[in-house]
Design a protein around this ligand. Structure first.
Ligand SMILES: Cc1cc2nc3c(=O)[nH]c(=O)nc-3n(C[C@H](O)[C@H](O)[C@H](O)COP(=O)(O)OP(=O)(O)OC[C@H]3O[C@@H](n4cnc5c(N)ncnc54)[C@H](O)[C@@H]3O)c2cc1C
Length: 550
């Protein structure tokens, strides 16, 4: 007999909201992955429980419903260049910073600090992804800043502090700071060599005066920014504080905020640098190299953020299908829907496995060459592929909820609108695909490290073995630029397949290898081949909510 589920308002066949669940504990792929690399998950379970509580879920909705507002001037006509946020935005950031989802791994002696942070970032991004932007840029600023020890000495303790201190003051008076980044200009974002912002030396001590405009500058309420500008010696990186050490506001003028497709809780501004004070970070003329230290970290966060969006979309879809019936049966028990859900779940688990592997590489790369090489090649591969899969997965997951999925209250439209941005910023898809070719050509050891990594799963699945053999052959010739996407996609599938074969339940690994590597797959989700254990996969990816469990 089919039971019709009533939610608390008594509506027939309307699934209850997914709340009162633990986003960490109920995510088997994340929980097991953390256990694999870290053992002790630390405070992740506590965070996961908070993230699934109705009050915190409401913060995510409120921060989106009340978008940030720009206030350029005060009542007297003086420039203030401030952005007003809803209190929910501050609540989300306060918890995240208190937990250490920003730069704290750099100050930590704990092994696995980057992976622990990655897992936390993944959990919290599922509440609201917008706050991931300032968290990520603050995390990523440290390696770049360390190229200038005198600046790092002042700023690093503030960047790694777990105090959220949004008041605009000079660094010396702050208890914690956030950092943003301004590279992109109107004429070019991928090709930052075309930057026209100028930097004129202003006395000794590495101080400069920056003049020009930046076309995208997210989290503009941050305390400082890493900025690229043309110095006499070429394109260079600068630290630009919003308040100068003497307490005056820097000439960092917010012209307007972008009206964005998604990522609406976060502000992204157009900025005019009207002879602003900045301090050089790294050598003159080495700006791209310096800021790439930052971009490598933000690219990892794009992968984590997308894996998180995918997980939340799958959690919502499996939850809905577990509670909604049609044609006399629960949706999850309808064979065709089970196939869709399982296919989505496999994609989500592959993304989670890859992001955790790369976070582990971030933990170990300072001491282990293999890990440094995997980090180099794997981050670009994953930034390309995982971020490409985000939008298609969220679109299909949305449809699992039928019409309810198209309605904002379901959270699915927010996930769908958010998904494309991770593929655009921090190097768009083509830029990352070309970066993989560059790494292979300039550092051939990355190729060896890649094959050594996937070889760890050799013999585990014949489809994976055959895929890797073909890939090895095709990489021999030095792939053509126009084929970069095809190549990087296959590299990503090899990495994901190897991880799933080694670590995931047989049903998940089998479904991945049969479809993504074995060629027995259609062009949409829900086209897994016959014989896949879809019920086991769907059960693994269905969250158990306290309010809905029997
Ligand atoms: C919401 C949001 C927030 C952002 N925040 C920031 C920020 O805080 N700081 C900041 O500096 N930037 C920020 N950006 C800008 C972002 O980094 C750039 O938009 C991105 O790097 C692409 O640059 P572009 O927009 O100039 O596009 P272009 O560089 O013009 O690229 C257009 C397209 O061409 C492709 N392309 C470029 N070069 C090649 C090539 N050689 N071969 C093949 N294809 C190529 C790209 O992949 C892309 O698809 C933000 C963007 C968004 C959407």
């Amino acid at each position: 007999m089919v039971s019709i589920v009533h939610d608390r308002s008594g509506s027939p066949n309307q699934p209850p909201p997914l709340q009162d669940y633990n986003l960490f504990e109920s995510d088997a792929a994340l929980r097991e992955g953390v256990g694999r690399y870290l053992g002790d998950p630390g405070r992740l379970s506590t965070l996961g429980k908070a993230a699934g509580s109705p009050g915190v879920i409401a913060w995510g909705f409120a921060a989106n419903a009340h978008a940030p507002e720009l206030r350029t001037h005060n009542r007297y006509g003086d420039r203030i260049d401030e952005v007003d946020f809803h209190p929910a935005w501050h609540d989300l950031l306060r918890v995240a910073i208190g937990f250490g989802m920003h730069a704290t791994p750099w100050a930590s002696e704990e092994p696995g600090a980057h992976l622990h942070r990655a897992a936390a970032f993944s959990v919290w991004s599922q509440v609201e992804a917008g706050v991931g932007c300032p968290l990520s840029m603050t995390y990523a600023a440290i390696p770049a800043l360390r190229t200038e020890p005198a600046l790092a000495e002042v700023w690093e303790p503030l960047l790694t502090s777990t105090v959220y201190d949004p008041n605009l003051r000079p660094a010396a008076e702050k208890r914690g700071v956030l950092c943003g980044m301004a590279m992109t200009e109107r004429q070019g974002g991928s090709d930052v060599r075309t930057n026209t912002t100028s930097a004129a030396p202003a006395g000794s001590g590495g101080e400069y005066r920056l003049t020009g405009s930046k076309w995208f500058c997210s989290a503009p309420m941050s305390d400082a920014f890493l900025v690229l500008a043309q110095a006499p010696g070429g394109l260079s990186c600068f630290l630009l504080p919003r308040v100068l050490p003497d307490g005056t506001r820097n000439a960092f003028h917010l012209q307007r905020l972008k009206d964005k497709l998604g990522n609406r809780s976060n502000a992204s501004a157009e900025v005019e640098l009207a002879v602003a004070g900045g301090w050089r970070v790294g050598e003159e003329g080495r700006g791209i190299r310096t800021i790439l230290e930052m971009v490598n970290c933000t690219r990892l966060d794009c992968v984590i953020g997308t894996a998180a969006l995918m997980r939340q979309a799958v959690a919502q879809a499996t939850h809905h299908a577990a509670h909604r019936s049609a044609f006399g049966k629960r949706l999850a028990d309808q064979p065709l829907m089970a196939g869709v859900l399982a296919d989505l779940a496999v994609e989500s688990e592959a993304a989670t496995a890859l992001m955790l592997r790369l976070a582990h590489a971030a933990d170990c790369s300072a001491h282990e060459e293999h890990e440094a090489l995997i980090r180099r090649i794997g981050t670009a591969v994953a930034k390309y592929w995982v971020c490409k899969r985000g939008p298609v997965l969220t679109a299909e997951a949305l449809e699992c909820l039928g019409g309810n999925g198209y309605v904002a209250e379901s959270v699915m439209p927010r996930l769908y609108r958010e998904a494309p941005v991770n593929s655009i910023w921090e190097g768009s898809a083509n830029v990352n695909a070309l970066d993989v070719l560059r790494a292979l050509a300039r550092t051939p050891a990355t190729r060896d490290a890649f094959f050594a990594e996937v070889a760890l799963a050799a013999g585990g699945d014949h489809r994976l073995d055959a895929h890797v053999a073909r890939l090895r052959q095709d990489l021999e010739g030095g792939p053509a630029e126009g084929q970069a996407r095809r190549l990087v996609e296959r590299m990503a599938l090899a990495l994901q397949g190897a991880l799933l074969v080694r670590h995931s339940p047989a049903a998940v690994a089998d479904a991945f290898c049969a479809s993504r590597l074995g060629g027995d797959w259609g062009h949409a989700f829900g086209t897994l081949p016959d014989g896949v254990d879809t019920a086991a996969i769907v059960a693994r990816h269905t969250p158990r909510a306290a309010t809905t469990s029997p």
